[in-house]
Design a protein around this ligand. Sequence first.
Ligand SMILES: NCc1[nH]cc(CCC(=O)O)c1CC(=O)O
Length: 325
Amino acid sequence: MSRTIRLGSRTSKLAVAQTEIVAASLKEQFPQYNFEIVTKTTLGDNVQNMPLYSFGGKSLWTSELEELLVSTGPESIDMIVHSLKDVPTNLPDEFKIGAVLDRADPRDALVVRSDLAYKSLSELPSGSVIGTSSVRRTAQLRRRFPQFQFKVVRGNINTRLAKLEDPEQGYTCLILAAAGLLRLDFGYKITQYLSSPDMLYAVGQGALGVEIKKGDGFTQSLLDKIRDIPTTLVCTAERSLMRSLEGGCSVPLGVESNISSDGVLIIEACITSVDGNEAALSKLSRMITTEEEAETLGKDLANQLLSQGAGTILEKINYEKLSQS
Ligand SMILES: NCc1[nH]cc(CCC(=O)O)c1CC(=O)O
């Protein structure tokens, strides 16, 4: 009987669709093995009613699956497929990201309620209710569109889309990652793709990250065949930037990155105050060939942002969080 490799996934439709993408790429490279998907609910799936930033812990989406990664029982798995965006920048010591795969469209997207004719943010009437629970999205939009209202919306993508269409909920539109919508065949619902200067995306957004045990050379050797090198370099730089800015708290950091075929990486980044009144913006471009160089670029960009005033914005956010708890 041929060897079976088990891929762990959260239970949401998007998580399973993404894990199927990874399983299919592995099967193509290694037809001699079986690839099986194991699903598990995480804490992040269960807490639907509170803003995520009120959970100090940073492994909302990973802990339960990491337990299966170290387990030796029948439930054990070999790797976890994540949206890279949901993977903490500092993993527990025994784990690592074994591969980052090709990135789907990293931008955020506008989805307007289907009975309304508006297509873009600039067409929406004053007082429109934007559904999002992301501090990054809310802060950036408040800055550019102070005439809108913001309302938290939780749940997985399917749940959020259903809430949007329920008139009693009062949402005019949602902001969601284009990648998730496209992977679930909801691309037709996107009325506008958002980009700088209106909205910079989350670090790692649109990319898949596969987590494994450090020292698991066999699983690593499988992943080496499906990783995407330019995406790895871009996301390494983005995650290094984020790691340098967060003091144990998630930060409203937006990025927009591009790498040319000859290896020049350009990253634009912003930190925006929650009320949208202040923002620190910075941009860095450099030739990158190794992950170490990508790490350094991320750190340098963090320092550039701090010199643009990001530090005071972050201090205020951390102070407000402390006084809530
Ligand atoms: N925050 C949850 C989450 N995690 C990953 C995605 C979408 C896929 C991706 O960004 O890679 C989403 C939904 C969203 O933000 O709209």
